[in-house]
Every structure is written in C-alpha cells, then in structure tokens.
Design a protein. Sequence first.
Length: 265
Amino acid sequence: MKRVLVAGGDGNLGSSIVKALQTQGQLGRVMSRKPEPESFGESVDWAQADIVTGDGVKTALQNVHTIVNCISSPVQNTYETDILATQRFLAMAKEVGVKHVLHISIIGIDRIMLPYYQYKLGAELVVIESGLPYTIARIAQFHSFVDYLLSPLRDVDTDVVKIPINVKFQSIHTSEVAHHLAPYIINGEAMGRLPDFGGPEILRLEDMVQAWLDAQKLTKKIEPATELENDLPVLNRFGVEGYNTNPNNLIHGMTWDDYLRQTYG
C-alpha cells in the first residue's frame, strides 16, 4: 500500500480527503502544525510539522509515496507559505524519495487577477518545477466558502443587500472533491493537470443569496451592486464570464440547496 501524506489534513478539504481514503482502505498520514486532537482517534497517523519553519517536515515525509498538498494561506503571509515554504517542502520531499505530489488549486487562477489567485498560480509553477511527478487539481469554490463569503450579509442593518448579482459559482462540497480525487491519490501516478471541475450546477450569485437568505429565514431584498459598491470588482467582472467554472466537468452530488438544508435545517 502506497503511504499518502495529506498536508493540511485537518482542514476543511484535507479532513474530507483523509475520510475518503479511509473508506477505500487507505491509511493516510495527516500533517498539521497543530498537535493531534483526541477526536481523530487511533486510526489516523498524525505528524505535527510546519512547512514554513521546516520543523518536523522530514519526519512527516518518511516512507511517503504521495503528498496531497492542501496547504495554503489566503489571508496572510501567502507568498511565504504558498511559494517559498511549498518550494522548500517539495525539495525535502524529493530528497527523501517521495514519488508523487497532488496539488490542490483553484479554477480560474490564470484568468482572474486577484492577488491570492496569482500566488496560487505561482504555487503551481513551484510544483511543476519541483522535479517531482505531479498532479494538479483546479477546483471550484466550496459550498462552505461561499457560505463564509455571504456571512457578513447577516449583519447588514438595512432591509436591502447589494451584491454583484450576475457573478457565477459552481460550488462543490468538500466530500465530493475528496471522492473525486481519491482514485488519483491511491493510484499514485502523475497525471499532470486534471480537467478543472466543480459542483453539479452553475448558479448566479443572486439565486444563491436568495436561497441562503430563505434557508435562514432572513427577509432582505437583493439589489445589484455597482462596480464602486462591490468590494471585489475583479471577481465581479470575471465571475460574470464564468472564469471560475467549468460547465464541461460538473461533479454530481450535493447541490447548493442540499448544503443549505444540511447546514441550516
């Protein structure tokens, strides 16, 4: 059995990947900066390590065939984490004999000019130039991420919320991402860049927000935001074009409405 190290395996996607591997009879090793919590149980091999400082990394990489790299820092120190630390991490992986890295990325990073997306594009180049056989998976936004983006709307102290109504999302549940990727991880063969994929439907933000409000019984009127009122004009512009989606590769499973029912009852 090829040992898999899930870097960032205690995160939203990483923990789903660990569970998906377990259902396939594959024991994954979780790598995290945090100490092992009691909730993970004895069935998980836990390695505490930090790719930024390098502490514990070589120990975590021992006897690993495939790395699944879920580590990213979108809010702060992105260049240090996604570029420099990833570069050092993969150099150590190559040194100890790792055979394959599957890197998690985002649809549209080469066409949407957000600073974080440019760092993610740079991280892909780090993977490609690492000398390790690689697979890159560009994925649409997660349902939970869209939910997080919408959370400030709860605190709007008016009956009207202004949003870029025509931005499109193809959001997907992390469990579906994990099950889609599990065969590539277990097989352990480098595939280059996989076809971009996302959830089972492409929706306009106006419809997603209305469903989100309804699920929480929030009565607010939706109005279109102008470019000046929109905090993310770049995402607004390219989101309308659907650059963060791939209509040719919809992964069937939990829809946005399904997620809202599960989350908000």
